[in-house]
Design a binder for this molecule. Structure first.
Ligand SMILES: Cc1cc2nc3c(=O)[nH]c(=O)nc-3n(C[C@H](O)[C@H](O)[C@H](O)COP(=O)(O)OP(=O)(O)OC[C@H]3O[C@@H](n4cnc5c(N)ncnc54)[C@H](O)[C@@H]3O)c2cc1C
Length: 398
């Protein structure tokens, strides 16, 4: 088939690699002049790592990232533990791998460059034009590319193509986002295999995530994040860095080594979060993958992993059936349960960590740790964080 893939993120690159490997004629479209990653750190879960293993990229990504065995959160100033997720309750082979986005991008992009596929940069995909027999890409200059048999839309949460889904949906912007930056690993006082978080109520959250290295840096890195309402960003800029740093230090003095590396506002980039789930992640000759199909706050850390799983599932569906509609239906069916469960869990749990609710913060502080100590609950929580509430699809292994 002639297949157009939009977007050089984790979903688009993975889909392009797998589909070209199956012998399809793949063209990958990217809006940037040269493809590049945006953002700092992400955790690859056993699910996403299984897809990378299937692509033969596990060792390469492992050499760059930091193994995450535990996620630990403490509410301040009481120092009460409210989050303590240990991957090992799922088995010895289970862990996360925190990486700089650049590392994941580099590994996938390098692989894509070795594949028999075309990459067209500077194409800002605005629409598609469809007939019964074919589909074409339409860019910002109304130029058409195609005809293709299928468009695989992996252009992220801001996709312009959602209206072509069977049941279109509009994203809802979430009140809270976060400021993120990547800095040199601070060493002592932090565990290099743990994501550490500190909370004050549900309105303040600080995170320290070891993310290893990538091609552009010499030292191991840390991703540092600060939860913020997106509408308060202007005020944060006006107040100046020093006043914010003293607030952070009062909550978590050990972060001084990281804060000392923040010398300009632009060192901390604002990430806005939205929530949207396409009930049916396809339309006539178009499939939606990754954030284009389901976006949410990264509180559960599943987005990139779900993007990888989507790409894997779509390529398997197209391998099984050469009839486009049958393949798209089978792709949607294979991802339905997992996507809906995690989108619902993210929507339900995010306000416990990012909202103005005092009640939710009190419930979190009083209940989460005692409940999570129950053996069944420990497994469920570890399953939620690792993306492994059910089994991996047949063909993937941890
Ligand atoms: C701060 C933050 C932290 C996160 N932490 C985690 C985590 O720990 N674990 C996790 O799994 N997920 C995490 N996520 C979510 C994760 O980043 C996303 O779910 C994931 O990147 C989605 O991949 P994607 O390929 O679908 O989309 P994207 O990564 O958004 O890639 C989209 C690609 O399409 C291109 N594009 C966009 N528009 C167009 C257009 N019109 N035409 C052509 N190309 C276009 C973009 O330039 C980009 O290359 C986090 C997200 C944020 C913001």
């Amino acid at each position: 088939m002639k297949i157009a893939v939009t977007g050089c993120g984790p979903a688009g690159l993975t889909a392009a690699i797998m589909l070209s490997g199956q012998g399809h004629d793949v063209t990958l479209f990217e809006r940037f002049a040269s493809p590049r990653p945006i953002g700092s750190g992400i955790i690859l879960q056993p699910t996403g790592l299984a897809v990378l293993r299937d692509l033969g990229l596990f060792d390469e990504i492992h050499a760059l990232g930091k193994r995450i065995d535990r996620i630990h959160g403490v509410t301040m100033p009481s120092r009460r533990r409210v989050l303590n997720v240990d991957y090992s309750v799922l088995g010895d082979d289970y862990h996360g791998l925190a990486v700089h986005r650049t590392a994941l991008f580099d590994v996938l992009y390098k692989k894509a460059l070795t594949c028999d596929l075309k990459i067209l940069n500077n194409v800002d995909v605005q629409d598609v034009a469809r007939s019964d027999q074919a589909i074409a890409i339409v860019d910002q200059n109304h130029e058409r590319f195609g005809a293709f048999d299928i468009v695989v839309d992996a252009s992220g949460a801001g996709t312009h193509l959602r209206s072509h889904a069977v049941h279109p949906a509009r994203p809802r912007e979430l009140e809270y986002g976060a400021l993120w930056g990547a800095f040199d690993w601070p060493g002592a006082n932090f565990d290099s295999n743990t994501l550490e978080q500190r909370y004050v109520g549900a309105h303040t959250m600080i995170g320290v995530l070891p993310i290893g290295r990538h091609s552009g840096v010499l030292n191991d890195q840390v991703a540092f994040f600060w939860s913020i309402k997106t509408r308060d960003h202007e005020r944060w800029l006006c107040n100046g860095l020093e006043s914010w740093k003293s607030t952070v230090l009062a909550i978590w003095p050990d972060t001084r080594v990281i804060l000392d590396q923040i010398t300009a506002d632009s060192d901390m980039a604002l990430a806005k979060y939205g929530h949207c789930t396409l009930r049916t992640p396809f339309g006539h000759r178009i499939a939606f993958l990754g954030d284009a199909a389901h976006s949410t706050s990264p509180q559960l850390g599943q987005g990139a992993n779900m993007a990888l799983l989507d790409a894997w599932a779509l390529s398997k569906a197209l391998e099984k059936s050469s009839d486009v509609r049958t393949a798209l239906k089978s792709y949607a069916a294979s991802r339905r349960w997992h996507v809906r469960a995690f989108q619902a869990a993210s929507l339900a749990l995010t306000p416990f960590y990012q909202s103005d609710s005092r009640v939710l913060a009190l419930l979190r502080d009083g209940l989460f740790d005692p409940v999570a100590k129950l053996p069944v609950a420990r497994r469920v929580v570890a399953g939620l964080i690792s993306g492994m509430l059910g089994r991996l699809p047949r063909g993937l292994r941890v």
